[in-house]
Design a binder for this molecule. Sequence first.
Ligand SMILES: [Zn+2]
Length: 86
Amino acid sequence: MSDCADTLRELEPFLDGELADEVRHHVHHHLDSCPDCQQAFEFHLELKEAIRRKCSEEALPESLVSRLEVCLTEDFDGDGVIGNGP
Ligand SMILES: [Zn+2]
């Protein structure tokens, strides 16, 4: 497998590190020789990175924050109240 359709189909598992060594080698080889797929690969990589960053920046859900506050008696959301009241 060394054409573009196959390579593009394997991009996601490739980025996730889920491919067998042999398949990964083929994808790698194809990317080296195909600017189009290289571009698609970089796009996917950036997309994945952006999603990961967005996820890690996302605030904790309020219900979880208040549960944590109750457990740890720390005012995580800074409103001067531990938890969300009774
Ligand atoms: Zn290609």
